[in-house]
Write a protein that binds this ligand. Structure first.
Ligand code: C2O
Ligand code: CU
Length: 572
């Protein structure tokens, strides 16, 4: 069984080393490498959860190869679309794309979808160490399996603010069975078990005990540890729908990184992880080394389809002192109740900026505040999600090209509303369920400091309010706070955390609550800000931020070879 360790770099099979190419451009004089990759995107038949599925993969791998680079490196990825009938793009989730907004990999926003048979070159710099990932950003290609890990290490000689002896990388995802939407598997590094359970002997389940030898595609990757050593476990979630919780029997987890930023370390029994988030936790192998232990990932925030059977993915923590085939002595950790939101909030609120690492605090004030009401609506008979009553539908011409060529009729010129009616009752279904569709943008000046208040509300019918993990492209933002009910300007802003606000690229809104974020519009480009639950984005749950667009330069014409920018692009 393969483990993933920092030193093995196993996923990166297709790197062509270019040696130490010293970048000549100003600002890149510290001498990063250019790392070249060739990514072929295609459909493949695989058995990620022991059943056959058609999944999207890269270079014959599912999940795609792990990219591992160092701060200051430039990644040059030649992406070839080997699908026969659909376009594709890849987004580098968590990479801010400073100065390269065209390489963000968002179809209809930063570029045209790459046509079948065509190759597109992404070229961008990774400027911050951390745990990231990449995924398709066109249609529902993330749910189809188009994703992989992207890990950025500190430059040689620089040390993390914590110690560890080895590391593992766990990319979490969910896999849907086309036959029924009730059926889903959770995957750890692309592996799960749908028709059997690794722990059937221990838990009440209708599933048989798995009879895996270890060589199967769906056999779990075991984490092999040496007694007394400390390991960094990188965990990221690219689920299309599920909110997750991860725990390892008998072991504590110390959270040290969130979304590529150091956090003030805190120790817990389990962590919540929402789609779009990444964490690093430290685990010390300080338990009885004559036993093996479960690592369990379960679903939160959604009622289990079969009562009392929480969907889980399992693997083992194996002390190298004994065989990995020795069964753990006790059942896997139990996932916290799906609707124990107080517990989720308590975990989320523990995340604050690391006190000793040089992380900038938020600017003390903002220039502008945008309040975004999240509602479920009906548009022409279809269920949609809307922000301030506008459900996002992307234009055919990418925004970036529209701004560059000053095209006036490619998207709604009227910016969407910056607030919602003060009478809106967030605790009840909408009185008028209708929303409009639109593709207008919020326009920011260079260096404008913007507060965004994400306001949750009741769903379309009946009582209830879902969790939504919001992800911002092109930036990290400071999370200033979380609150209950409707945001009350004067009162709630006094409670903002302006000293230890954590920097993140994804933050959740809890049921019937609000979340306050602050960011500086210092990265010219057009950036998506959206719910990371893929079907929600597909149903309109997102907005577009256009930032200092007159300062955008050097867009490769290849990025704009569609819609009304096709001709401009060619003559460029
Ligand atoms: Cu990982 Cu726009 O998303
Ligand atoms: Cu959502």
């Amino acid at each position: 069984m393969r483990i993933m360790r920092g030193s093995s770099n196993s996923g990166v099979l297709f790197v062509l080393w270019m040696g130490l190419v010293v970048m000549m451009t100003i600002g890149e004089t510290e001498g990063g490498r250019v790392r070249h990759y060739k990514f072929d995107v295609e459909y493949m038949i695989r058995k990620p959860d022991c059943l056959e599925h058609v999944v999207m993969g890269i270079n014959g791998k599912f999940p795609g190869p792990t990219i591992r680079a160092q701060v200051g490196d430039t990644l040059d990825i030649a992406l070839t679309n080997k699908l026969s009938t659909e376009g594709t793009v890849i987004h580098w989730h968590g990479i801010r794309q400073i100065g390269t907004p065209w390489a963000d990999g968002t179809a209809a926003i930063s570029q045209c979808a790459i046509n079948p048979g065509e190759t597109f070159h992404y070229r961008f710099k990774v400027d911050k160490a951390g745990t990231y990932f990449y995924h398709g950003h066109y249609g529902m290609q993330r749910a189809a399996g188009l994703y992989g890990s992207l890990i950025v290490d500190l430059p040689k000689g620089q040390k993390e603010p914590f110690h560890y002896d080895g590391e593992f990388n766990l990319l979490l995802s969910d896999l849907w069975h086309t036959s029924s939407h009730e059926q889903e598997s959770l995957l750890i590094n692309g592996r799960g078990q749908f028709n059997c359970s690794l722990a059937a002997k221990f838990i009440s389940t209708s599933l048989p005990q798995c009879q895996l030898k270890g060589g199967e595609e769906c056999a779990p990757q075991i984490l092999h540890v040496e007694p007394k050593k400390t390991y960094r476990i990188r965990i990221s979630s690219t689920t299309s729908l599920a909110s997750l919780n991860l725990a390892i029997s008998n072991h504590k987890l110390t959270v040290v990184e969130a979304d590529g930023n150091y956090v003030e370390p805190f120790t817990v029994d389990d962590i919540d992880i929402y789609s779009g988030e990444s964490y690093s936790v430290l685990l010390t192998a300080d338990q009885d080394p004559t036993k093996n232990y479960w690592l369990s990932v379960g679903v939160r925030a959604r009622k289990p389809a079969i009562p009392d059977q929480v969907l889980t993915a399992l693997t083992l923590l194996n002390y190298k002192t004994i065989s990995a085939s020795v069964f753990p002595a006790s059942p896997p950790p139990v996932t916290p109740r799906w609707d124990d939101f107080d517990r989720s909030k308590a975990f989320t609120k523990k995340i604050i900026a690391n006190i000793r690492s040089p992380q900038p605090p938020p600017p003390p004030y903002s220039h502008r505040r945008i309040v975004l009401l999240n509602t479920q609506n009906r548009v022409e008979g279809f269920t949609k999600w809307a922000i301030n009553n506008v459900s996002l539908t992307l234009p055919t011409t990418p925004y970036l090209g529209s701004f560059k060529f000053k095209l006036n009729n490619t998207f709604d010129r009227k910016p969407p509303p910056e607030n919602f009616r003060s009478e809106y009752d967030i605790f009840n279904p909408p009185v008028n369920a209708n929303a409009t569709t639109g593709n207008g943008v919020y326009v920011f000046q260079l260096n404008e400091v913007v507060d965004v208040i994400l306001q949750n509300a009741n769903q379309l019918t009946g009582k209830g309010s879902e969790i939504h993990p919001w992800h911002l492209h092109g930036h990290d933002f400071w999370v200033l706070g979380y609150g209950e009910g409707k945001f009350k300007a004067g009162e709630d802003e006094k409670k903002f955390n302006l000293t230890h606000a954590p920097l993140r690229n994804t933050a959740v809104i809890f049921p019937y609550g609000w979340t306050a974020l602050r960011f500086k519009a210092d990265n010219p480009g057009v950036w998506a800000f959206h719910c990371h639950i893929e079907p929600h984005l597909h149903m309109g749950m997102g907005v577009i931020f256009a930032e200092a667009v007159h300062k955008i330069k050097n867009i490769p014409s290849q990025a704009l070879a569609c819609g009304l920018t096709a001709n401009n692009g060619r003559h460029n």
